[in-house]
Ligand binder design. Sequence first.
Ligand SMILES: [Zn+2]
Length: 321
Amino acid sequence: MVAVDPAVRIRRDGPAVPGRVALAVDVGGTKFAAAMVDDGGDVLSRAQCPTPVGAGADEIGEVLLGLVKAVEDRAGRGPDVVGIGSAGPLDIAAGTVSPVNIRAWREFGITDLLAGFTGCAVVRLAGDGHCMAFGEFWASPSPSRALLGMVVSTGVGGGLVLDGLPLVGPTGNAGHVGHMVVDADGPLCPCGGRGCLEVLASGPSMVRWALEQGWAPYGPAPDAAELARAARNGDPIAVRTFRRSADAIGVAVVGTAALFDLDDVVIGGGVVNGAGDLLLEPIQARVAQLAGLEFVRRVRIAASTLGADAGLLGAAAMALR
Ligand SMILES: [Zn+2]
């Protein structure tokens, strides 16, 4: 169940700095991941497993601790500090998480669980979007004064890093671009709002809309990856679906760039990793079409360089720095 990858070097510049080591934990709706990461950004060990969504609260905690033990054993040591990135909602002050897709975890005390298991005094908790953004900021060869990280996957999440610090906000939810309203006449969002980015651009939203338009997938359980394949093969409905999603993301990017004078937008998550330029190029075109002021037009838009490990690396960075 626990897949342990060989040691991976994430940061390409400079040698590893001997020093403190962080345990990084990523709690997601579909997978748990953990890694031991040193001060220089090198991943000493890494493991992941599917999220045991149907299990009880304590049992889910045991699965997570099993993962932690696997990466500690592989690294041959325990951590000095712990960083946790989690799907929301979460309560950073209380150290608890209530991930929407993990029903048994409601106000679950993850900070206490990992502090107790590792014996670490420093255990930092943040949203997965913040961790992704901070990971990209930390790994970037040309550091950004104002960076928006976006995760387009089962949902749409995000986080801002301004002048080197994550913008967390009073409730820990700042930067959550998924629930920016990008179409006031758009469909209802499961959050209770209307026309949110997530309901137009998440993987499941795209698949649902494509099916409503008459898309005929091959399999019984089509996903965003199959939709991307169809778009590449020229299926007009699939192509239109990616265009619609990119248009919505472009609206959110232009608004955020105007608000925060962004240098960079880095977009990751399963949908983008699978679709690549199918999404990125129309997003760039949409931004060029909508943005007027030079400081908005200058925003750089790129795919994540860290892929699925951005959140883990960002969680480590927040604990180490
Ligand atoms: Zn919403």
